[in-house]
Design a protein around this ligand. Sequence first.
Ligand SMILES: Cc1cc2nc3c(=O)[nH]c(=O)nc-3n(C[C@H](O)[C@H](O)[C@H](O)COP(=O)(O)OP(=O)(O)OC[C@H]3O[C@@H](n4cnc5c(N)ncnc54)[C@H](O)[C@@H]3O)c2cc1C
Length: 392
Amino acid sequence: MTVVKDTGQRAILPPFGEEHEELRETVRRFVQKEIAPNVDEWEEAREFPLELYGRCAELGFLGLKFPEEYGGQGGTHLHDAVWVEELARSGGSGGVAAGLNAHASIAMPPIFNFGTEEQKQRWLVPGIAGKKIGALGITEPGAGSDVAGITTFAKKVDGGYVVNGSKTFITNGVRADFLVCACKTTQEGGHGGISFLVLEREMPGYEVAAKLEKLGWHASDTGELSFTDVEVPEENLLGEENEGFKLIMANFAWERLLMAIGAVGAMQRLIERAVEYAKERKAFGRPIGNFQVIRHKVAEMATQAEAAKAVTYNALRLFHEGQNCLQEVTIAKLVTQRGVLDIADECLQIHGGYGYMREYGIERAVRDARLGPIGGGTDEIMKEILGKQLGL
Ligand SMILES: Cc1cc2nc3c(=O)[nH]c(=O)nc-3n(C[C@H](O)[C@H](O)[C@H](O)COP(=O)(O)OP(=O)(O)OC[C@H]3O[C@@H](n4cnc5c(N)ncnc54)[C@H](O)[C@@H]3O)c2cc1C
């Protein structure tokens, strides 16, 4: 029998099943009640309260994919995907989603995947409990797309490392208690000379140099960090020395997929808003949705969103099955990040002048969506990866 759920789709779409849809409804209720009403205030404040991590932890959302022995829910990436999609669909703030997910889905996975038992106890357990906040530090003022070109240097000394350098555009960079940080550990650096160290905020020489002002994602903090002779003990080395590039690549797959899933949720929200407005708003004596050009615009938005969802769910299914899905994830990121920007822009157009006004939240969607083709690897880099995958 086909199970019909009130989730905006006629039947549950693979790879999701009944339990994921139950989680979806729980997340939706929480986001609608405890996040959405506060978004304007948090955007204005340029951050959401730290207590939100604790609240999400209490409800189990920060640990969905982590084992119960570390305080997680013992679920899979599919549970995390539901959380991310629904947060984007019902929350309406790229900044809130970015701040929560940079911690739960970008900074913590390398600790779980590559950390020792002791490291998991130090950062994963309090991270899942929402008591310590994490960030991932790869990008530097002089190296973004060219990840191998980072220059932050960790000099090997007795008992550990001394780190000098800087990181920029780091989501949660201001509030993070710990930073999963890419450093050069050989003079040459590059693919065979990068390692990950966990830097902690209270370490002498670790400084938050700036909280950056930006176009969108206003409710998340984005920090610039500087490191001057930061002494990092060897027990803070994550994974093998000089094998950090593997960790970067492992992380990118999930980060890009999450961005695609978030965009799928945001597209759904924008289309619903466009339809609602087109039914309400009258011009020339009738609802604007009666104009063929508006109906066609919405139809095109829905077509684009459905295609993006199909591509993304397929990549998610392959990822969940442990298959090599570099090509599919890359395509999903490319399709969805431009797609949600286009759809947000069309939704704004349908709202006319009201779309341009802050209170409707559509201008925020456009600003937030603009990061997609840049963050987590730019569209140009995605096309490079894809071209190479296709044998060129
Ligand atoms: C709000 C925000 C949050 C972020 N959060 C984080 C975070 O938490 N952690 C983190 O480590 N980073 C983070 N980033 C950084 C983000 O991942 C980088 O901005 C991104 O990887 C691009 O790097 P870049 O900005 O240095 O651009 P550049 O690498 O300087 O690229 C500039 C332009 O040149 C193009 N280009 C570069 N190389 C090539 C090439 N080989 N072929 C064709 N075109 C090329 C790019 O596509 C782009 O259009 C964040 C960025 C922002 C804006």
